[in-house]
Structure formats: structure tokens, C-alpha cells
Design a protein around this ligand. Sequence first.
Ligand code: PGA
Length: 249
Amino acid sequence: MRKKLVIGNWKMHGNLQQNEALLSAILRDIDGLAVGVAVCVPFPYLQQTANLLSGSVVAWGAQTLSEHPSGAYTGEVSASMLRDFGCRYVLVGHSERRALFGETDAAVAAKFRSAQVNGLVPVLCVGETLAERDAGRTLEVVRAQVNAVINLLGVEALASAVVAYEPVWAIGTGVTASPAQAQEVHAAIRDHIAGANCNVAQALPILYGGSVKAQNAAALFACKDIDGGLIGGAALVAEDFVAVCRAAA
Ligand code: PGA
């Protein structure tokens, strides 16, 4: 059985004081829950997060990274730098990175590779826009996003990775995919990967993201192929985030 995993994505939120209060409250209330928990924080707060979480059950990571190991890439942050701060996870290809910062499938796959080469677990975010869903293209779109990684690195690369299905129309909108809608896509992703390697597909954690909150988390996490969540808004309030983690436990 796959263990459930809940990852908070803070996006561009927080400050030193708020982060300390949030992480302390999470640590206080999360203890003993049978669920993997992590937070992906903005780069400047990685040291603070490492200080507060090291030795705890909560892992941490970043929200993106450079595909390059080092060099003249002003403003970029490499995978080895993230390792220096104890990151376990890094999001790659979040829909906001794809839509607002022009990240292509090829760039996302290169970032995925860079993360793995440096011992990080990439969390590959995939998902369709509303227009793509309305056009009946959901499965085609998410398969292509997964294929970009498989074509570059082989299906075995997914043996030490996480996939997050996040329909773009559900992110930050308050509209969640229904459990049936999400399960359908999760199962399709798993089937698609199973076509190349059954064991990798069975072991792969596939998280759902998009307006997950305490009220809808349990029904989503009860679905066969939904292995936890990638949580945005609800990750910024300790009691909401802990309630989502409880729903997964
Ligand atoms: P949301 O964000 O939970 O606020 O919809 C999810 C995400 O973007 O990862």
C-alpha cells in the first residue's frame, strides 16, 4: 500500500514571524499522524525552515529550481543549493510556472532531471486548463506532460518521484475536482505509466491539488488512486493544513 503524502505549497507567501508561528503549530499538532508531510517554502526561508523542522517528521522543499547545475543564470537557484539546505522535495512544472514563466514540457523535464541527479525528489505537477477539459483533451494533456519526463529519462525515473495532478481550473479558485473527476485522471495517469512499467506505476504517489481543504479532503483521499494532496491556500493556516493531514492519515 502506498503511504499517503501531504505537501504544502506556500507559493509567494510568508515572513519570518508568520513562518515560525505556522511551522511551530504544525509540528505541535502533526505528531503521531501516519502520513508523510512536507512544506515547499520560498527560497529565502529555506534556512529558517531547515532550522525549525530538522529532526522532525515534517520534510521540506522548494517550489522550483534551475535545470542548470551552475553558471551565469542570474536569479536562478540550482538543485545542489537546495540540497545544501536539506530539501527533500522540489516542485517542478507547477501550472503557475508553466503559465506565468513560460516553462515548457521540455524545461520541466530538464528540471526534473536536475533534481534527481542531486538527490531531490521531484514533484511533477500536471494538469489541464478549463478550455482543454471542455474540449475533451484532459487525458491527452496530462499524458503528454508525463511523457516529457519519460521520453527524456525513461519510466524508471518515476520510481523516485511524486506526481501531482492539479487541474488548472481548480487551483486557488475554490472549485475542486469531484472525487470521481480526480480519480478518473489519477487512474489514467497510473494506467499510462503501467503500460511502460507496472511496478513503477503501482508504487508512484499521485497527489491531487486544487482547492483541497478540510471539508473535501477525506472524500478525495479515499479514492483508490489518490495518494494525498498538494495544498496551496489551506497550507497557510496551521489548523487547516493539519486538518487536511488528518484526513489523509
Ligand atoms: P490551492 O493551490 O490549494 O490554493 O488551490 C494548490 C497548488 O497550487 O498547489
